[in-house]
Design a protein around this ligand. Structure first.
Ligand SMILES: Nc1ncnc2c1ncn2[C@@H]1O[C@H](COP(=O)(O)OP(=O)(O)OP(=O)(O)O)[C@@H](O)[C@H]1O
Ligand SMILES: [Mg+2]
Length: 373
C-alpha cells in the first residue's frame, strides 16, 4: 500500500511534518513567559507561522491570540481580524459572546465560518473606519490579557503599512501595548517588506520597542536527518548527498524544500533509492502544476525584462553589471538593464540582497531554464 505523503507545504505545519527548531522555540517561549515583545522576521516560507504555533504547543496554560493581518486594507479590516481572533481564542465559547458584548459600540455581528465552523466577528464598517475605534478592539485584548495567561501574535504585521491611517494605528498600538507589561506581543513578518522599518526607523512609533528574532533556514544538522527520516517513513531511501542537492536547489527555503521533496516522493515508486535524476522528474511535475502561473507572471514582461530574467536564471545574479552578463542578457545598455531589474523587483519575481539578485521562487528559475528561452 502506498504510504501517506510525508511532506507538506503551503500551510502551517505541525507534528510529524515539523522539524524541531530547539533554539528558536526556546527563545520564543522564554520571551512569551517574560512578557518580552518580539519581532519575528524571516524570508517568506521560512517557517515563521509554524514556529509560533509550535511554541504555543509547548507553552502550557497559555492561550494564543493569533491575528493574521494578510491583505487588510482598512482600519475596520484590522478591527475585524482582532475581534475574530479574540472570539476564536481557545476552545471556550464564551470568548465570542464576550467579545460581542464588549464591542457593542462598534455594532458587531457574529457569524460562523462555513469552512471551519469558527466564529467570525465583523464590526460595523462605518464606526470602524475611524482609527480611534481601534481603541475599543485593543481594550478587548487588554481585558482578555488581564484575565488569561496569553500572548498575542500579529502575523504579517507589515500589512499595517498599507493602511492610510498607518501612523495613527501604529502610535495607538504602541502606546496601549506598552501598558501591558506582562503580555508578550509577537510581531511577525517577512524581511523584504516594510516590517523591519516599523521597528528600526527612528521616526516610527515602534522604534526599539521589541527584540528581534530571525527565522532563517533550518540548520543542516537538524534538517538533513529530518528529511531523510521523512523520506524513509514514506518508503523512499534518501542519502545525505541527495538531500543536500535538494537544499541547494531550493536555497534552503523551508517551504520550497518541502515542496520539492513532496514532488520527488509522489513521482517515485515505493522502496526507491533516490538520485539526482528524480529531482529532474519531480521538477517536471512542479512545472505541470505551476507552469500556468509562471506563464501568467512572465507574459506581461517586456522583451528586455524577459531577457534579463532569463539571463538571471541561467547565469545567476551576482555580477549583473559585468560585460558578460550584459552580453548574455542581450540588453543594449546598463540603463535598460537597471530599468528591467527594477521592474522585476517591483513585480516580486526577484529580490536584491547584498548586491546580488536572486529569485523568490526557485521553481520559476528552473522553469525558465528548462524552457530554453
Ligand atoms: N519547522 C519546520 N519543519 C519542516 N517544514 C517547515 C517548518 N516550518 C515551515 N516548514 C515548511 O515551510 C512552509 C511554510 O511555513 P510557514 O507558513 O510557517 O512559513 P512562513 O515563514 O510563515 O511563510 P509566509 O512568509 O508565507 O507567511 C510549510 O508549509 C512547510 O512546508
Ligand atoms: Mg506566515
Amino acid at each position: 500500500m502506498r504510504g501517506m505523503k510525508p511532506f507538506k507545504y503551503g500551510c502551517v505545519v505541525g507534528s510529524d511534518f515539523f522539524c524541531a527548531r530547539p533554539l528558536l522555540q526556546s527563545r520564543l517561549t522564554e520571551y512569551v513567559k517574560d512578557g518580552q515583545n518580539v519581532v519575528l522576521v524571516g524570508e517568506r516560507r521560512m517557517g515563521k507561522t509554524s514556529l509560533v504555533f509550535a511554541a504555543h504547543k509547548t507553552l502550557r496554560g497559555y492561550r494564543m491570540l493569533y491575528v493574521d493581518l494578510l491583505n487588510i486594507r482598512t482600519v475596520s479590516d484590522f478591527c475585524n481580524r482582532v475581534a475574530t481572533a479574540a472570539a476564536q481564542m481557545g476552545k471556550k465559547e464564551s470568548f465570542g459572546s464576550r467579545a460581542m458584548r464588549f464591542l457593542s459600540r462598534l455594532r458587531p455581528t457574529l457569524s460562523i465560518d462555513p469552512d471551519n465552523g469558527m466564529p467570525v466577528v465583523s464590526v460595523d464598517a462605518r464606526t470602524a473606519e475611524d482609527p480611534r475605534s481601534m481603541a475599543d478592539v485593543i481594550s478587548l485584548v487588554e481585558r482578555f490579557a488581564r484575565e488569561e495567561k496569553m500572548f498575542v501574535v500579529f502575523d504579517e504585521f507589515q500589512e499595517v503599512k498599507k493602511l492610510e491611517a498607518c501612523d495613527q494605528v501604529l502610535a495607538l498600538l504602541r502606546s496601549r501595548i506598552q501598558l501591558l507589561q506582562d503580555t508578550c506581543f509577537v510581531f511577525s513578518g517577512s524581511v523584504r517588506s516594510d516590517m523591519v522599518a516599523i521597528f528600526t526607523d527612528p521616526s516610527s512609533a515602534f522604534y526599539k520597542s521589541a527584540l528581534t528574532l530571525e527565522v532563517a533556514n533550518i540548520p543542516d544538522e537538524d534538517f538533513i536527518p529530518f528529511l531523510i527520516r521523512r523520506f524513509a517513513s514514506g518508503n523512499r531511501v534518501a542519502d545525505r548527498p541527495f538531500v543536500e542537492r535538494i537544499l541547494e536547489f531550493t536555497n534552503r527555503t523551508t517551504g520550497d524544500v518541502q515542496q520539492l521533496c513532496a514532488a520527488v516522493w509522489s513521482t517515485t515508486e515505493d522502496g526507491r533509492r533516490l538520485s539526482e535524476k528524480d529531482i529532474a522528474d519531480a521538477l517536471q511535475d512542479v512545472f505541470a502544476a505551476e507552469g500556468g502561473q509562471f506563464e501568467f507572471q512572465t507574459a506581461k514582461l517586456t522583451r528586455y525584462q524577459m531577457k534579463t530574467l532569463v539571463a538571471l536564471a541561467k547565469w545567476g545574479g551576482e555580477k549583473v553589471y559585468s560585460a558578460d552578463f550584459l552580453q548574455h542578457a542581450e540588453v543594449p545598455s546598463t540603463a535598460t538593464l537597471t530599468k528591467a531589474l527594477k521592474r522585476l523587483v517591483d513585480d516580486r519575481l526577484i529580490y536584491c540582497y547584498q548586491k546580488r539578485y536572486a529569485f523568490f521562487n526557485p521553481f520559476l528559475r528552473a522553469w525558465l531554464v528548462s524552457r530554453g528561452f
